[in-house]
Design a binder for this molecule. Sequence first.
Ligand code: ARG
Length: 581
Amino acid sequence: MTLLQELECRLAAALTAVLGAPAQAVVTPTADLRFGDYQSNAAMVLAKQRKVNPRALAQEIIDHLDLTDMALAEIAGPGFLNFRILPSAYAARAAALIRDERLGVPASGAGRTVVVDFSAPNVAKPMHVGHIRSTIIGDSLARVARFLGFKVIADNHIGDWGTQFGMILVGWKTLLNPAALETDPIAELVRVYRDINAASQGDAALLESCKAELVKLQAGDAENLAIWRQCIELSKRGLQKIYARLDVTFDHWLGESYYNDRLAGLVDEFLARGIARLSNGAVCIFSAGGKPPDDDPFMVHKEEGWTDNPALIRKADGGFLYATTDLATIQFRIDEWHADHVWYVVGVPQQLHFRQLFEAAARWGKTGDFRHIGFGSILGDDRKLMKTRSGDNVQLADVLAEAVERAAAVIAEKNPGLPAAEAASIAEIVGIGAVKFAELSQNRLTDYVFSWDRMLALHGDTAPYLQNSYVRIRSIFRKLDAPFDAAACQLLLTQPEETHLARLLVRFGEVVPTIVEDFRPNLLANYLLELARAFHSFYEACPVLKSAEPLRASRLALCELTARTLQQGLHLLGIKVPDKM
Ligand code: ARG
């Protein structure tokens, strides 16, 4: 049980005693330590219901509250209950964490299955910085969910069956450079696609042949299918390299094409059950009514007022759409994988698609906890969408390469004596970590400005700062001449800096579960920064190796617990730690 949960239990017992009926209690961490560590507004809520004086009721609750060995309570303002945790309680809890592999994080997801749908780039198109957000946020959420005990299925729902294949097929047959395909398949496929796309502007005949190739592919033409398969393989190979560099893994790669043979039957079922109907030859899902229009994803407000905003699941020419595939995908994930939750980590512009999708699925009887986890854009220095100097989308692979290059320069300046191979592997860890942390420390919904200098600073709110904190702690242990056994020592919190560090260490188990409440890895990122700062204040105020026993062992144990928590926390963000920097 976390400290917060234990406080809630004890408070609930007191409320139950005061009310003479079973009661629950909510406790939250205070925003400001001057008001103690935790607080509850239970007395105020209850006093309002019972029309009594809140401060008097708060006193009555305190009189029934058993906080032995745990905390002191006081009444503040209009009737807040503030709790100050005793240093001895922090010491006892932190000591227990030393023996706990999970560092106090509860297995709150046990018994539930979650599908995390993230990254999902489109084949033969490069992954750009927009995909970076999905990949990094999605991977972190999958890691956190796994650590919380969920059964996690990471699924890369790649766009491998789009209309882009008409152009790619024509390009493959007329423009392909086999040598270029060999060295950089994604780049060559993209080039071919781009060239045909450009050439087809205003060339009706070319556009027609693209369409014809697409129709042949969809009808199962052997030659086109073979080319298509090769495109997918080549693209996957290119993507794998990027994922390897990012240390991102998937359990499945079930792309859009996987669902092809389920689509026709799905549309028939929607028609037969009246969930969809024909409209101008197309099959559409319309509003089912019963909701205010501003809350109905199948209605839209235009100049003339509220009008229908249907979701198309079959075009008049018989083609299927993104929504059709996503409905089939939901069915598969529920029936085959028994998913309780599906988390879609996809940019905000697709919000309407997901609102319609979730409602259509519910009408179809596919129930589960489906969430669209949206995010904003990445902006360049000019605060406009990030582009290269020539105006192209920035490619993820280039971002990663530049991050590592810049990290190498930072490392070379900080520690010029490192052997080249070691410096290179540290630069890789620091560079990739910096990019990830810059992403994950932001509120995912806000646009953020991409800045190399800011994300690589050794003394900012950055991954290198956290990695460096970890390395500093490790270097303390390298100075010892005998192995240190943290589990064998007693924790003594004698200085406020020690207590504060223990307080934060104990809070790790409370922070991690909150990440998946609203899908905010930035809560963990900010916690880790706070922890590192608390460590540095502690290290300045409290001599470690030079203090006498038993304080020396106690402080070493705090150091070790801090290092483990930093390492585990960064791991949940998908960020590695080096041994040296
Ligand atoms: N391929 C899509 C894109 O790049 C994202 C797919 C997201 N996942 C899903 N099930 N719709 O925009």
